[in-house]
Design a protein around this ligand. Structure first.
Ligand SMILES: [Mn+2]
Length: 333
């Protein structure tokens, strides 16, 4: 039975949630292209064309797991800070440690509220210094502000570090300012693999292996943030700011696999963002749907292999949405 509006068209399984697909149609500060607010729905529609079989789990999805496609974030909030609180409160109940949350965006500005929601995860316990973010992106997103806005998508990574995130690993990076380059070279929390190095035709293979080795040595809780413009612009042409010279589809798949296979790390959540529906061909949203499916498959494999276990008892689908006003209290300070 194919269920319209559900990720992969999969029917739900009563009140059980093993993987939750969250939709954040947020678009406020996207600087160049338009249309990220339609991204999550277009990715879910495109996921209907993705194969359910993956050799990694040797079976069709959902392979005994309950994949719940949650109602989208309601978009409410009269100011940017209210909206950030709204996103954080929408996500927070899914960070209880009993399921695996995957957020579809929406612009990359969803990352700081996501990090704020992750504070409650039992592996983090309010200490975000334990958390590593692995960021696939064309842009470093390390600006202090863009056009006077410190919560711009171009500042997503710096605001996450401000929240207390311990470690940031970046790959695919090929568009950045001098300020961002200085942050990369001076801030010990940041490790960046530039696309000019990983994609280099003579020496790239060696650098790429170093990236995979770095991932396999990670420890503790990890969030995977995929800005789809990290991929080469030719396969995600509709994203807000497509950039040439990016990662191939298979490099992103290798990254997902290396990360989920890291023996001492636990991937607690992921997001796939900056999805914009492509009209003439569904390539952009289909690429996002394929990668989201790869994340689901790798999570299930990690669970089957004991690298992910539920920390709390199953909480079902009806969860109390948070009421934090964290970003409003910060007042953009
Ligand atoms: Mn980004």
């Amino acid at each position: 039975m194919f269920v319209d509006g559900n990720f992969l068209g999969l029917p739900e399984n009563g009140d059980v949630v093993d993987v939750v697909i969250l939709q954040i149609p947020y678009e406020l500060t996207t600087s160049y292209g338009q249309g990220t607010s339609q991204g999550p729905a277009s990715c879910i529609a495109a996921s209907g064309q993705v194969e359910l079989f993956d050799p990694l789990i040797g079976n069709d999805l959902p392979n005994g797991n309950a994949i719940h496609t949650n109602e989208p974030w309601n978009g409410e909030g009269n100011s940017l800070l209210q909206q950030l609180d709204g996103i954080s409160n929408y996500l927070q109940p899914w960070y209880a440690g009993d399921c695996f949350p995957i957020s579809l965006g929406g612009e990359h500005g969803i990352l700081p509220p996501l990090v704020n929601a992750a504070k409650n995860h039992p592996l983090i316990c309010n200490d975000l210094s334990k958390l590593t973010i692995v960021q696939i992106d064309a842009h470093a997103d390390l600006r202090s502000q863009l056009d006077g806005e410190k919560y711009s998508h171009a500042c997503a990574a710096s605001r996450s570090l401000d929240l207390g995130v311990g470690k940031l690993l970046q790959v695919g990076i090929r568009a950045f300012s001098q300020e961002e380059y200085q942050a990369i070279t001076s801030d010990e929390r940041i490790t960046t693999f530039f696309a000019s190095d990983t994609q280099n035709h003579s020496t790239g293979r060696e650098v790429w292996q170093q990236w995979l080795d770095t991932l396999s040595k990670l420890e503790g809780p990890v969030h995977l943030s995929i800005d789809i413009d990290g991929l080469d612009g030719s396969i995600v042409p509709a994203t807000g700011t497509p950039v040439p010279g990016g990662l191939s589809y298979w490099q992103v798949v290798e990254t997902i696999e290396a990360l989920f296979n890291a023996e001492n790390a636990t991937v607690i959540s992921a997001d796939v963002n900056e999805i914009v529906p492509q009209l003439e061909s569904p390539l952009t949203q289909f690429t996002a749907a394929m990668l989201t499916t790869k994340i689901v498959v790798n999570h299930i494999d990690a669970k089957n292999s004991g690298r992910w276990t539920s920390i709390t008892q199953q909480m079902g689908k009806n969860r109390i949405i948070g009421e934090s006003t964290f970003f409003q209290k910060e007042g953009g300070q």
